[in-house]
Write a protein that binds this ligand. Structure first.
Ligand code: GLY
Length: 362
């Protein structure tokens, strides 16, 4: 049986491992704390259409292809584990001022021009679908096909899928690719990808996020993902059965994952500007993670050598990218290429190469 080492046990590594094991590979995942990094911290938003912007055509089409795979992927997880991972069916981006409203029209024109569905809503239209939003919300952009996922339920479900498929998860770190003697290796170490393969242009982008619990008497969470820009800062509210996830700050701070006072303060203030009743919720958890950023905000999925494949650099869209990445890596393991993942080919960056010093790459 052919052997595969997957380095990194976040949602990307686990889904790659599951898929490969189902295709007949003997798979081992290496991660000292599988599922505990950015995958655990994330909000679970799947919003490539709402985040569309003129000129970013490749990111839109890659994101749309990723989104299209989610319903079937979620069905497979549910069939394997009984776990329903979706927590919302739609996304609503709201505008608090005239400039935001103009941006929503720009996004709508661009994205619908590519054949995807988005609907502009006026003030009463927003109120009708989400009555608890602030009276200052003046317009909205509804994405009827953009759901959200409970990322923590997803992590747990993928671990179970892996276990059922015979994947071994070893709580060990890998310090050099040369240490592994498997037939194939997948690097799925997220923001840390460049530690094992220094030419990969992946850098950590810090994000702080809050988890709020609903309290008796407080208005219920919104039914949809709510996105907004407040004081120039992007904000999202992702419903959960028992509360709301509020995200996320975004800045470059290396691998620091301390939660700052300023981060929490801004997130709460911005969220209250959109959903005033949020102050009645319990502040349950604060956390921070390192998104794996790339220069063009597209991931790196492709072959580095005959033996080594990278699946990293998913930036703000790691959860969104899970099914298409697993499929693209499965194709590479079968010496094929998934056409819809070509935009993520790592050699679009000229600096990506085999490491010069560590050697041993077969
Ligand atoms: N997935 C959204 C974020 O990274 O903030």
């Amino acid at each position: 049986m052919r052997t595969l080492a997957v380095v990194g046990g976040g949602v990307i590594g686990l889904s790659v491992a599951w898929r490969a094991a189902e295709s007949g590979w003997s798979v081992t995942v290496f991660d000292p704390a599988a599922g505990s990094g950015a995958s655990w911290v994330a909000g679970g938003m799947l919003a490539p259409l709402s985040e569309g912007w003129p000129g970013e055509d490749e990111a839109l089409e890659f994101g749309a292809a990723a989104l299209a795979r989610w319903p079937e992927f979620a069905d497979r997880i549910r069939a394997a584990t009984g776990v329903p991972v979706f927590v919302a069916e739609q996304t609503l981006t709201v505008a608090l001022d005239a400039a935001d409203a103009a941006d929503l029209r720009t996004i709508a024109d661009f994205v619908t021009g590519h054949g995807h569905e988005l609907r502009l809503l006026d003030r009463p239209g927003v109120r009708e679908v989400e009555p608890d939003l602030a009276r200052t919300v003046r317009a909205g952009l509804l994405a009827p096909t953009e759901p959200a996922v409970d990322n923590r339920a997803l992590v747990e479900a993928l671990r179970r899928c892996c276990a059922r498929a015979g994947v071994h998860i070893r709580a060990e770190s890998v310090s050099a690719v040369d240490d592994l003697d498997h037939d194939r290796i997948v690097l799925a170490t997220g923001a840390a990808a460049a530690r094992l393969w220094p030419s990969l242009p992946v850098r950590p982008v810090k994000g702080e996020i809050l988890r709020l619990r609903h309290r008796p008497g407080a208005p219920p969470p919104p039914r949809r993902v709510i996105r907004a820009r407040v004081h120039g800062r992007p904000l999202y509210l992702v419903p959960r059965g028992d509360g709301i996830v509020v995200g996320a700050t975004q800045y470059e701070a290396g691998f620091d994952t301390a939660v700052t006072v300023a981060g929490v303060r801004d997130l709460i203030a911005d969220a209250e500007a959109v959903l005033p009743a949020l102050g009645e919720y319990e502040l349950w958890e604060t956390s921070a993670g390192a998104r794996p950023g790339t220069p063009d905000n597209l991931p790196l999925i492709g072959r580095l050598t005959d033996r080594v494949i990278v699946a990293a650099g998913h930036g703000r869209n790691g959860i969104l990218g899970v099914p298409i990445t697993a499929e693209a890596v499965a194709a590479l393991l079968a010496d094929e290429v998934l056409a819809e993942a070509k935009a993520a080919e790592p050699h679009r960056f000229s600096e990506v190469s085999a490491p010069s010093s560590s050697g041993g790459i077969r």
